[in-house]
Design a protein around this ligand. Structure first.
Ligand code: SF4
Length: 688
């Protein structure tokens, strides 16, 4: 019997835990702890523990599929490539759009970006970071000059005050939650603000339930109280920041007195006072946030407000401090770093910058040039263009994404994707999006590929191949290279391994230039920026100065605005969505994991006990949830763990898809949808 352990990195959340895959006779059969990673020190959450279970699922795609007369039939790779190449060549550059993926490696995102811009000459490339943290990238770049988590996961344990807002850390990033526990053991105060009493709330010293969408008001109110009490860090403000007076003009308004903020948010004045005092008198303090902050029409405003309060407190550039934006998926940071966005090449080099555009055109050497130096469409814009401007976009190539479950207003997404002339989907399982495709290409999963991924804390870590892909499935980078060659660009895609692609990434990306596979093989790997091979990496950003051109952090005066859709007579409740411990995003992997799916087999809608009583709804009863976008039938979970007036659904479950209900209203800057607040009503289902 052949038996081995292969160390790799978890394919689920952005924490970046390492574990060993147990391989018996060439097949992955289990996971075992890998103790040497400083991120998780051998511990994993349930998703990591059972991350082997879907790998050899009988549902894996094993052959290319081509749709004929409305049905998929198996095809050879040659047939699939010929069809795709012939169709792709028939479109003008900007009739084509690509979606890269936060689930695949840096190397594969880089190649998809190069394929879209170099082979197809299209400016339209994006991926699901648009839906989770595009407001972080835009907001933190405006405040600090760099749009990433400022500190490392490890130094959260050194914080004296941890403020978690809009993140259910103990369910979504459990091994980061462990660092909060360590901070607490070291004497830190833990403050938690969320509309739901989640497992994270149970760990908090102060829990503040609030009405979804009132974040800016809360943060402005806390800043007013901090300034009134003289708890701000005057030296930091003076030496390291600008525009403090502009911030003060807004946050000191009567609108943001604690009494008014209490009315807007529902948080008692006493709790707000305590939070301000703890933040002001326990330093360094760390703020942790996730999609509760970002997924709003004011997502960028929310992020900038978080940056404001941390600059006010001097909580940047040191251990135990920071603006810790917890990225959702395993490689969402890396997919952004690799330029799988409509406005940047790798390392956030702007496509509209002439020098950057020339640099990439020269480095890639396409004889017929690359895309124009213009901004492309965000994924949310792509969907709107498809329905509102028929014929402008005709063809999409989607790698490892499932917008038919993950994107807001699914009925609209269906209409958009069905309007395409030609759709190629590349994935490991048939998905709801794949069902709409013309061609399906079977891909390798994380356990079958080499490559790197970049976790939420900018730590670039290795994936290592543990088994061969099933049937004829291939690694995404191989598929892209072969397709590019079929289209006449073999010279630009000569790669024989993921490492060769990484070497090209290093050459064009200053923040990755000092990393090599050899250096990344160490258990601690490296944090970017890492500009030279001698550089030790950068766990903490902005130590001496910010990354902005003048080196200063920029305060932004932000006024509170309500969500795009608020409750009214017809839709009287606030509706919000999120994830749970046992499942992952659109469920393609975790719902094929027997253990995880047995634990939580379907979705639900959480309704406050008093609201349920008023509506005559019992726990477990199937109800109909209705918004202006559509309706779903879903079991009710009646609980005191959610605020009165607010309802919640996890979005993993296709049979009761929360995103049928959500609102595609967008933040004007980041174009992120408002998943976290819209208006809903719930109806009893009566027998006909
Ligand atoms: Fe995987 Fe995240 Fe769980 Fe770690 S915390 S094991 S990275 S899902």
């Amino acid at each position: 019997m052949d038996f081995k352990y292969v160390q790799t990195t978890c394919p689920y959340c952005g924490t970046g835990c390492s574990f060993n895959l147990v391989v018996r006779d060439g097949k992955v059969v289990g996971t075992q702890p890998y103790d040497r990673s400083p991120v998780n020190e051998g511990k994993v959450c349930p998703k990591g523990t059972y991350a082997h279970e879907f790998v050899n699922s009988p549902d894996r795609l094993t052959k290319p599929l081509i749709k004929k007369d409305g049905k998929f039939v198996e095809a050879t790779w040659d047939e699939a490539y010929d069809l795709i190449a012939q169709k792709f060549k028939s479109y003008k550059p900007d009739e084509f759009a690509a979606l890269a993926s936060a689930r695949v490696s840096n190397e594969e995102n880089y190649l998809m970006m190069k394929f879209a811009r170099g082979v197809m000459k299209s400016r339209h490339i994006d991926h699901c970071a648009r839906l989770c943290h595009s407001s972080t990238v835009a907001g933190l770049a405006a405040s600090f000059g760099s749009g990433a988590m400022t500190n490392s996961i490890l130094d959260i344990a050194e914080s004296k005050c941890v403020f978690v807002i809009g993140s259910n850390t103990f369910e979504q990033h459990p091994l980061i939650g462990r660092k909060i526990v360590q901070a607490k053991k070291n004497g830190a105060k833990v403050i938690y603000a969320d509309p739901r009493y989640t497992p994270t709330a149970r760990q908090a010293d102060l829990y503040m339930p609030f009405v979804s969408g009132s974040d800016v008001a809360i943060l402005n109110g806390l800043m007013q109280e901090i300034i009134k009490n003289g708890w701000e860090d005057r030296e930091f403000i003076e030496k390291r920041t600008k525009d403090f007076e502009k911030l003060k003009e807004v946050v000191m308004k009567e609108t943001y007195s604690l009494e008014n903020v209490s009315k807007i948010s529902g948080i008692p004045v006493e709790s707000l006072k305590t939070a301000a005092e703890w933040l002001g008198t326990n330093k360094p303090g760390a703020i942790l946030y996730s999609m509760g902050i970002t997924q709003h029409t004011v997502g960028v405003d929310n992020v900038r407000s978080v940056a404001n309060i941390q600059m006010l407190l001097g909580n940047l550039g040191k251990p135990g401090a920071g603006v810790n934006a917890l990225r959702g998926q395993n490689n969402v940071q890396g997919a952004c770093d690799m330029g799988a966005l409509p406005n940047v090449f790798t390392g956030y080099q702007k496509v509209i910058d002439e020098a950057a555009h020339k640099k990439f055109a020269d480095a890639w050497g396409f004889p017929d040039g690359i895309c124009e130096p213009k901004l492309g469409y965000e994924v949310t814009t792509m969907m709107n263009v498809l329905t509102d401007n028929p014929g402008e976009l005709k063809c999409m190539y989607i790698m490892g994404e499932n917008p038919m479950i993950s994107d807001p207003d699914i009925n609209h997404v269906r209409e958009a994707l069905e309007s395409l002339d030609f759709l190629v989907v590349q994935d490991i399982f048939m998905t709801e999006t794949g069902e709409l495709a013309d061609v399906i290409l079977p891909a390798a999963c994380y356990a079958e590929r080499d490559g790197t991924q970049t976790s939420t804390e900018r730590r670039v870590q290795r994936w290592r191949k543990a088994q061969n892909p099933p049937g004829e499935a291939k690694q995404d980078w191989q598929i892209i290279c072969e397709l590019a060659a079929r289209m006449g660009y073999a010279e630009q895609f000569p790669f024989q391994s993921a490492e060769e692609i990484f070497e090209e990434i290093r050459r064009v990306t200053p923040s990755y230039a000092g990393m090599t596979y050899e250096r990344l093989d160490r258990p601690e790997a490296l944090h970017w920026p890492c500009p030279t091979v001698e550089h030790p990496g950068t766990p903490i950003l902005h130590r001496e100065k910010f990354s902005s051109p003048d080196g200063l952090g920029a305060f932004a005066p932000i006024e509170w605005k309500p969500p795009a859709e608020v409750p009214d007579e017809e839709y009287p409740f606030v509706f919000t969505t999120g994830r749970i411990l046992w499942h992952w995003h659109t469920g393609t992997m975790t719902r094929r994991s027997a253990t995880l799916d047995t634990e939580v087999p379907t979705g639900w809608i959480e309704i406050n006990t008093e609201d349920a009583k008023a509506l005559g709804i019992k726990n477990g009863e199937i109800v109909r949830a209705v918004t202006r976008r559509g309706s779903v039938e879903v079991p009710a979970k009646v609980t005191d763990d959610i605020m009165k007036g607010v309802m919640f659904m996890p979005f993993h479950f296709h049979e009761c898809a929360a995103n049928i209900l959500t609102n595609n209203a967008l933040d004007p800057v980041a174009k992120i949808p408002e998943f976290k607040a819209c208006a809903v009503r719930v109806e009893k289902i009566t027998e006909a």
